[in-house]
Design a binder for this molecule. Structure first.
Ligand SMILES: [Zn+2]
Ligand SMILES: [Zn+2]
Length: 788
C-alpha cells in the first residue's frame, strides 16, 4: 500500500463566484483524491488526500490552470495526518470572521450561455438573464460578503427545481453560480410607456419596434439605465441630445459583434482583445468611411467652428472651418464602440440588426439612474418607453472607457467590468488606508495589505447626489473588503467635497497629498514601482503649494515626497472658473503676456470676442478674480481658441480633444520654445500661443498648426526631463495627468524620451486623469505610514 498524504490548502485572490469550487472538485475527482473544498471569508479552503505525487499535481494545477475568471494570488499548503478519506466533497460556506474574499467585477455573457439563449430547445431560449459561473452580474448585485445568493439582489428569487439541481451539481457549469435563474424562476422583462404604464406584447419585440420608429428607449442594464436610439437615425439621435441636454459630447455606440465594429472602425489586435474581453469597455476607435452611411452625424459631432459654441461671433475665419490635412470629416472622427455585455443587449441588437447609440440614462451631468422609481421619474420626458426588469441594481456602475496607445490599454474611465478588482501594491501596507480622491471624474480607493481597491467611477463631486454615491460607496467598500481605515488620504484643495469629507472623519490619521504628486504616485503604483522618478504631471488644475493653481509640472518624486523641478510659467485665469468654460479668456491672457500688451487686432480670436476682450484683459492684468495658473490644460485651451477651434466648451477637455484631432499626422515641424532658470525651471508657454497666432495670421492650415503645437509640447516634455536628469541623475519618467489622454502628445513625447535613453512609464490600469488620483493618494499615504 502506497503512502497517503493529506494537505490543507488555502487559495486567495478573486476565487469566489468564478467557478473555482467546481474546478477544484473536478480536478480532485479526476485525480482520484479524497477531501473537501469550501468558501470562507478569506477565499477558498481545501483539504486533499492521496498519493504524494497526485497531491503535488493537484496543488500545482491550482496555480497553473484555474478557471478563466479567477485570479489566484496565493496558494499556501501545510501537511496534516491522513485520515483515509477517499471521497471528495464540497463543504458549506461559512460566515462570520474576517471578510478577506474578493468580489469579482461583472462579466460579459459567455459563449456557452449565448448558445443556450439561441437554442430553441433550451429552457433558457431567448431568456434575457441567462448566466453561469463564468459570466453575469457580480459587483453590481452584491450587497454583502461572502458572495452568496442571499447577499445579492437575487435573494428575492427562489430557485426552481431545475435551477436548484444545476446549482447543487458540482459537475454543472452553474454549480454555485449565485445569480442562476431561468424563465420559470428568475427576473422578468417588462416594457413600460412614457408614464410608466405597462405596454402589451413581447417587451423585446415592442422595444425593437420603437427603436426602428426613431424612438428613445430607456434600458435597464447592469450598473444603471441607458438611453438607446438607432445610431443611423439622425432625427432620433438629435432628439436624444436635445432631451438629455447634451449638445456636443460624443455618444458611444453598441454594435452586435466584432464584424460590425470593423465595418465602422479600424480595429487592431489589442483593440479586438479589449472589445471582446469580459470587461467589455467602450473602446475609442478610429472611424472610417463606411461609418458615414451607418452612423448619424449627431452621434459624434465633429468640431465645426467657434460659432457652434454659441458665442457672439463674426464670420468664422478660414482656419476655423476645420478641415484637417487629410480630407476632413469622418476619418478624423473617433467613435466609442462597445459590444453587448448582457443577454438583453444581445437580444436587442440581434433583433434590431443595426447599431444603437447607448448612453447613460441621465440628464446633462447628473449621475446615471439605477433605481427603478428614480429612473422613471428622472427620465420621464426623455425616454419614449422603458425596458425594465425586476432584478435590483445594488451599485451604480457606469460603462468603462479605454483606448489603445503604444500597443497597450490606456484606461480613461475604469468602472463596470473592472471595479472592484484589486490592484497589487508593491509595498505591503502597515495600516489600512482610505484615499478620498479629488473632485472631477471622482473615484476613491480602499487599501489594505498588498491590495488597492479603486472604486467604480463616481462622477464629478459637485452635487449632493454624487456626494452621496461617494459616501455610500465608501461604506460599501469598507464592508465588502473588511477594512477599518486608520489612515485617510485627501487632496490639498480645501474646497473639494472629498477633502471636507476626509477632514470631518474622526480618529483617523490624515495625510494630505498634493494633487500632482498623487498623479505621479498613481502612475508609479500603476506600474508597480516606487521611484524616485522624474514625473511630468500635465492636467487641468490642481491645488499647488504656493497659492497658484498647478497643472504643468515637472517633479522629482517617489511615493513619499516630491520636489518641483520645473513648471509652465504662470498666467492669470481671467474670471477664474469662467476661464475654464471659455478658453478664449485663456487665449486673451496668454496673448497679452506674449505680445507684451500689444495683441494684434487682426487676430480672429480678438475679433470674435471683441465685445468683452478689453474687459477680460483688464481682469487678468489687475489680478482680481484671476488666479495664476501653470496649467498645461489651460495652455491647450488657449491655443485651440486662437486657432479657431473653440472659444467656449460644453464639457471638460473639449477644446483640447478637438484640437488634437485636427493635427496633421505627417507634419513634423515645431515652434521655438524657452526653458529658463533652474530649481524650478520655467517653460514659457505663452510663446507657443504667439507662435500659433502668427501661423494663423499667415494662413497656415489648421492641421499643420495643431501638429506643430503638439510636437513642440512633446519636445518641451523631453527637454524638461533631460534638464532634470542632469541634476538628479534619474532616467525614468512617469507621464500622468489628464493631458496625457492626448494620444498624439503621449506617443510623441514618449518616443522622444525613449530616443534619449529614458525609461517611460504610462498608465495601464487606472486613468491618467483624476480618476486615477485616489490610487496615488493611497500609495503616498501608505509609503509615509511605513516610514512611521
Ligand atoms: Zn455563462
Ligand atoms: Zn429556474
Amino acid at each position: 500500500m502506497s503512502t497517503r498524504v493529506r494537505s490543507v490548502i488555502r487559495v486567495e485572490g478573486v476565487v469566489q463566484g468564478v467557478g473555482f469550487r467546481p474546478f477544484v472538485y473536478g480536478l480532485a475527482v479526476r485525480l482520484g483524491l479524497g477531501g473537501l473544498v469550501g468558501n470562507d471569508e478569506r477565499g477558498v479552503f481545501i483539504e486533499v488526500e492521496g498519493t504524494p505525487a497526485l497531491v503535488a499535481e493537484f496543488t500545482a494545477a491550482l496555480r497553473t490552470s484555474p478557471p478563466p475568471l479567477a485570479t489566484v494570488e496565493r496558494v499556501s499548503a501545510r501537511a496534516v495526518p491522513a485520515t483515509g478519506e477517499t471521497r471528495f466533497a464540497i463543504a458549506r460556506s461559512t460566515g462570520g470572521g474576517t471578510r478577506r474574499a474578493l468580489v469579482s467585477p461583472d462579466v460579459a455573457t459567455c459563449d456557452d450561455c449565448l448558445r443556450e439563449m439561441d437554442d430553441p430547445a433550451d429552457r433558457r431560449y431567448g431568456y434575457a438573464f441567462v448566466n453561469c459561473t463564468n459570466c453575469g452580474p457580480r459587483f453590481t448585485i452584491v450587497r454583502d460578503v461572502p458572495y452568496d445568493r442571499p447577499n445579492t439582489t437575487m435573494a428575492g428569487f427562489a430557485m426552481c427545481a431545475d435551477c436548484a439541481r444545476e446549482y447543487h451539481d458540482p459537475a454543472d457549469r452553474r454549480f454555485h453560480a449565485q445569480p442562476v435563474c431561468c424563465p420559470a424562476c428568475g427576473p422578468r422583462l417588462r416594457l413600460l410607456g412614457r408614464d410608466g404604464e405597462p405596454l402589451a406584447g413581447d417587451p423585446v419585440e415592442e422595444a425593437v419596434r420603437l427603436l426602428r420608429d426613431g424612438g428613445v428607449l430607456a434600458v435597464k442594464g447592469l450598473g444603471g439605465y441607458h438611453l438607446a436610439t438607432l445610431a443611423s437615425c439622425e432625427s432620433a439621435v438629435a432628439a436624444l441630445r436635445a432631451r438629455k441636454h447634451r449638445q456636443e459630447k460624443p455618444f458611444a455606440v453598441m454594435v452586435a459583434d466584432l464584424a460590425v465594429a470593423r465595418l465602422l472602425c479600424e480595429v487592431d489586435e489589442v483593440e479586438e482583445r479589449l472589445l471582446t474581453s469580459g470587461a467589455r469597455p467602450i473602446v475609442l476607435l478610429r472611424g472610417h468611411e463606411e461609418a458615414v452611411s451607418r452612423v448619424a452625424p449627431s452621434v459624434a459631432p465633429a468640431a465645426t467652428s467657434p460659432a457652434s459654441a454659441g458665442t457672439s461671433v463674426a464670420a468664422p475665419a478660414e482656419a476655423s472651418t476645420v478641415s484637417s490635412g487629410a480630407a476632413g470629416g469622418l476619418e478624423d472622427r473617433w467613435l466609442g464602440v462597445m459590444l453587448p455585455y448582457t443577454p438583453l443587449h444581445h437580444l436587442l441588437l440581434r433583433r434590431l440588426g443595426e447599431p444603437v447609440v447607448l448612453t447613460s440614462g441621465n440628464v446633462s451631468d447628473e449621475p446615471i439612474a439605477y433605481r427603478d422609481e428614480d429612473a422613471l421619474a428622472r427620465l420621464r420626458g426623455v425616454a419614449d418607453a422603458f425596458l425594465v426588469h425586476d432584478r435590483p441594481i445594488h451599485t451604480r456602475t457606469d460603462d468603462s472607457v479605454s483606448r489603445v496607445l503604444r500597443g497597450r490599454e490606456l484606461p480613461l474611465r475604469r468602472s463596470r467590468g473592472y471595479a472592484p478588482r484589486p490592484l497589487p501594491l508593491a509595498l505591503g501596507l502597515p495600516r489600512p488606508v482610505l484615499a478620498c480622491g479629488a473632485e472631477l471624474k471622482h473615484t476613491f480607493c480602499v487599501a489594505r495589505g498588498t491590495h488597492a481597491f479603486v472604486s467604480h467611477h463616481i462622477g464629478d463631486l459637485e452635487n449632493y447626489e454624487t456626494f452621496r454615491s461617494f459616501t455610500e460607496g465608501v461604506e460599501h467598500f469598507l464592508r465588502l473588503f473588511d477594512v477599518v481605515p486608520e489612515v485617510v488620504a485627501h487632496d490639498l484643495h480645501p474646497e473639494y467635497m472629498s477633502t471636507k469629507y476626509a477632514l470631518a472623519l474622526e480618529g483617523a490619521h490624515l495625510v494630505g497629498v498634493q494633487h500632482h504628486h498623487a498623479h505621479i504616485a498613481s502612475c508609479l503604483a500603476d506600474n508597480g514601482v516606487t521611484g524616485p522618478v522624474i514625473g511630468v504631471a500635465f492636467d487641468g488644475l490642481g491645488y499647488g503649494l504656493d497659492a497658484t493653481l498647478w497643472g504643468g509640472e515637472f517633479l522629482v518624486a517617489d511615493l513619499v515626497s516630491f520636489e518641483r523641478a520645473g513648471h509652465l510659467a504662470t498666467v492669470p485665469m481671467p474670471g477664474g472658473a469662467a476661464a475654464v468654460r471659455q478658453p478664449w479668456r485663456m487665449a486673451a491672457a496668454c496673448l497679452d503676456v506674449a505680445y507684451g500688451g500689444a495683441v494684434p487686432e487682426d487676430l480672429d480670436v480678438v475679433r470674435r470676442n471683441a465685445a468683452s476682450w478689453d474687459g477680460v484683459l483688464a481682469l487678468g492684468r489687475r489680478g482680481v478674480n484671476a488666479p495664476l495658473t501653470s496649467s498645461a490644460g489651460r495652455l491647450f485651451d488657449a491655443v485651440a481658441s486662437v486657432a479657431g477651434v473653440r472659444d467656449v466648451i460644453g464639457y471638460e477637455g473639449q477644446a483640447a480633444i478637438e484640437w488634437e484631432r485636427l493635427a496633421d499626422p505627417v507634419e513634423k515641424g515645431y515652434y521655438g520654445h524657452r526653458l529658463t532658470g533652474s530649481s524650478p525651471f520655467v517653460v514659457h508657454g505663452a510663446d507657443l500661443v504667439a507662435a500659433v497666432a502668427e501661423d494663423v495670421r499667415a494662413g497656415t492650415e489648421a492641421g499643420t498648426v495643431s501638429a506643430r503645437f503638439h510636437n513642440t509640447v512633446a519636445r518641451i516634455v523631453a527637454e524638461g526631463c533631460a534638464r532634470v536628469r542632469e541634476t538628479s541623475g534619474l532616467s525614468t519618467v512617469a507621464l500622468s495627468g489628464g493631458v496625457f489622454q492626448n494620444a498624439l502628445l503621449l506617443v510623441r513625447a514618449a518616443a522622444l524620451l525613449e530616443e534619449d535613453g529614458f525609461r517611460v512609464l504610462t498608465h495601464e490600469r487606472v486613468p491618467p486623469n483624476d480618476g486615477g488620483i485616489s490610487l496615488g493618494q493611497a500609495a503616498v499615504a501608505a509609503a509615509r505610514d511605513s516610514q512611521g
